[in-house]
Design a protein around this ligand. Structure first.
Ligand code: CO
Length: 134
């Protein structure tokens, strides 16, 4: 069911410093910062030949990643995102298997304007998983 690894998301305490590290030290191709107020984050994508790294920085009050940064002041890996062809079919299959879908279980529009869902990390070896319909 899961397809390509669409991205790995890293929470960063200093977006400019993280961009400089990925662009200048690692030689990556980085996007312009994109504000996603409905998700409470600013994102920068590092475009790799086979996937992407999503640099996440909190935006506004009550950002869902603020508590992550409070626990991990240096930042760290936050989630990974797999592509699926049919997100509602994927959701129903996962629920049948006993996996917990976060929120109200309805897909939201993600950073690429495509429907996404998140799965509970306790059901996936301690890793938050995002599914994106492509
Ligand atoms: Co993501």
């Amino acid at each position: 069911m899961i397809g390509l690894l669409n991205h790995v998301a890293i929470v960063v305490p200093d977006l400019a410093a993280a961009v400089a590290m990925y662009r200048d030290a690692l030689g990556g191709e980085v996007s312009e910062p994109q504000e996603l107020p409905e998700h409470g984050v600013i994102v920068v994508f590092v475009n790799l030949p086979n996937s992407k790294i999503e640099l996440l920085h909190p935006m506004g009050e009550g950002s869902p990643i603020a508590s992550y940064l409070a626990r991990n002041p240096d930042g760290g890996m936050h989630h990974m995102c797999f592509e699926v062809e049919d997100i509602l079919a994927a959701r129903d299959r996962l629920k049948e298997q006993g996996a917990r879908v976060l929120g109200d279980g309805e897909p939201k529009n993600g950073a690429h304007g495509k429907p996404v869902l998140f799965l509970h990390p306790k059901d996936f070896a301690g890793t938050l998983i995002e599914l994106e319909q492509v």
